[in-house]
Write a protein that binds this ligand. Structure first.
Ligand code: HEC
Length: 145
């Protein structure tokens, strides 16, 4: 009887440790199921918010915001996971380079829309970084000719 009791207790402890460690390491946004299964509609909604609000700072790096081409910054931010990143945009965020206002200036946006704009920010970052890499390659090729 005692053995069963100890086995049961050990099992609960193991389950708790597993559960707790999972919580403390968020899923990288690029590896999340939600990012991988973004529909065309999700991207269009995210893009429309990005192009009317987020773009003001993130396109040219105004007010200390970081442009999409900065791979190092966005890859590092991606590790925070969607929940923390959503919170940063929804409530506002103070980084080393500047301050982002709550909802990134999209005052009429609801939670779903802000969430989609965050996913779009990372979707765009990948696209912009690929384009940047291509431009650099073309430049290199031209220089080596
Ligand atoms: C007024 C300028 C401004 C606008 C508008 C803006 N941002 Fe930002 N954003 C910033 C600044 C400044 C930072 C912090 C930079 C740093 O790390 O120092 C930031 C950081 C972020 C981060 C990283 C947060 C983190 O926790 O690491 C995300 C994601 C982000 N912005 C997404 C968005 C989205 C999505 C929108 C539009 C809904 C938006 N931003 C609009 C200025 C802006």
């Amino acid at each position: 009887m005692r053995n069963i009791y100890y086995t049961f207790i050990s099992l609960i402890i193991i389950l708790c440790i597993n559960g707790c460690s999972k919580k403390s390491t968020p899923t990288n946004i690029y590896e999340s199921e939600e990012y991988k299964s973004l529909s065309k509609k999700d991207i269009i909604i995210g893009e429309s918010i990005w192009a009317t609000s987020c773009f003001r700072c993130h396109r040219y790096g105004t007010n200390g915001a970081i442009v999409s081409e900065n791979k190092e910054y966005w890859d590092k931010a991606a590790q925070k996971g969607i929940d923390a990143l959503f919170k940063s945009v929804w409530e506002g965020y103070k980084g080393e380079n500047g301050v982002m206002p709550a909802k990134g200036f999209c005052n009429l946006c609801d939670e779903h829309e802000i969430r989609k704009s965050v996913f779009y920010m990372f979707h765009l970052a990948k696209k912009a970084q690929a384009a940047q890499e291509k431009r650099e390659q073309l430049k290199e090729n031209a220089a080596n000719r």
